[in-house]
Design a binder for this molecule. Structure first.
Ligand code: PPE
Length: 308
């Protein structure tokens, strides 16, 4: 990964190499942490973080369902995010806030452990490869089911949940596909290992509802609002795998991925279509600050004189 100078750790900016934890940390042993993935873009107004507060509200909600009290308010974490971007002099970057049970007691109960909070910021390019957004990606329905709401709460972006994503991703990659699509335990389309999913059929957009074992994606919400503003009907509805095979268009969305057309699901060729292209460019214009229409989603970072 691309290292930067500083990491924000428990209230301080520390050198990248010094941001260390003890091997007996609870979060390492049991995956007891929550995290976020946020992008900061180089816009005409300067570096701007896309929907930062919305991401931090989800961060706090994720902690709540893990019985975890964050030691910092959303406002404090927001200004910490601004500070670490400015300290690293980054015009654009990916932000990775993580809160986890730290070093104190082993044993699955999380009591007796501090909650450590860090924010890593680093340049991160195209998540699924440079060509993914232009040419589209190939996908495979995973044999791994998406964790259900009574297995681990999927509304939480919890570190431990991502074993589920890791398995699905590795299975798909080893079989020669770019990305996995996971179904719920009862066979409905859920989401990708790091993306939500949309289907286009006869000019209407369909996406699984929030109750369907999916992460409540900020990009999903953004795409729904942009699509509706552009005059599309969007329905949150249950989808089965053949809805993907027979779709006019399928695309996946997420902070890291942005908007990736899905050109094939299993061995069904779908191709890349005009609705995906229109929403992809509207999304990219929005996050890069080229569109006034949704500019309220950008949180501009003040760079200090030494880093501007
Ligand atoms: N589903 C999952 C399982 C998921 O991890 C993400 C984000 C999404 C949907 C889309 O959510 P949002 O980013 O709020 O639109 N995945 C993050 C981490 C990926 C990683 O490999 O790490 C991301 O995109 O930042």
């Amino acid at each position: 990964m691309h290292e930067t100078e500083k990491i924000w750790m428990n209230g301080e900016l520390v050198d990248w190499a010094d941001a260390k934890i003890h091997v007996a940390s609870h979060g390492l042993n049991y995956g007891s942490g929550v995290f976020e993935g946020i992008r900061c873009y180089d816009t005409p107004k300067g570096p701007a973080v896309f929907r930062l507060t919305d991401h931090l509200v989800r961060f706090e909600n994720s902690a709540t369902v893990l019985y975890m009290d964050l030691p910092y308010s959303i406002q404090e974490i927001r200004s910490a995010a601004h500070d670490v971007i400015a300290a690293n002099g980054l015009a654009s970057c990916y932000l990775r806030p993580v809160a986890f049970y730290g070093y104190g007691e082993l044993g699955v109960a999380s009591t007796g452990n501090p909650v450590d909070v860090v924010i890593i910021s680093f340049p991160w390019g195209a998540y699924l490869g440079e060509e993914s957004q232009r040419a589209g990606i190939t996908t495979k329905i995973s044999s791994w089911e998406r964790v259900g709401p009574n297995v681990i709460p999927h509304v939480a972006k919890a570190t431990g949940i991502y074993l589920n994503s890791m398995l699905a991703t590795m299975e798909a990659r080893r079989a020669g596909y770019d990305e996995a699509i996971m179904l719920s335990h009862d066979g409905y389309v859920a989401d990708g290992p790091g993306e939500n999913i949309f289907v286009v059929k006869d000019g209407v957009l369909y996406t699984p509802p929030l109750a369907m074992s999916i992460l409540p994606g900020i990009t999903r919400d953004t795409i729904i609002q942009i699509a509706q503003d552009l005059g599309y009907r969007v329905e949150e509805t249950l989808l089965i795998r053949t809805d993907l095979y027979l779709a006019d268009e399928v695309f996946m969305v997420g902070t890291a991925t942005e908007v990736a057309p899905v050109r094939a699901v299993d061995d069904c060729e779908i191709g890349v279509g005009p609705v995906t292209r229109e929403l992809q460019s509207a999304y990219l214009d929005t996050v890069h600050g080229r569109s006034e229409r949704w500019s309220h989603w950008l949180d501009v970072v003040e760079m200090s004189p030494s880093t501007a």
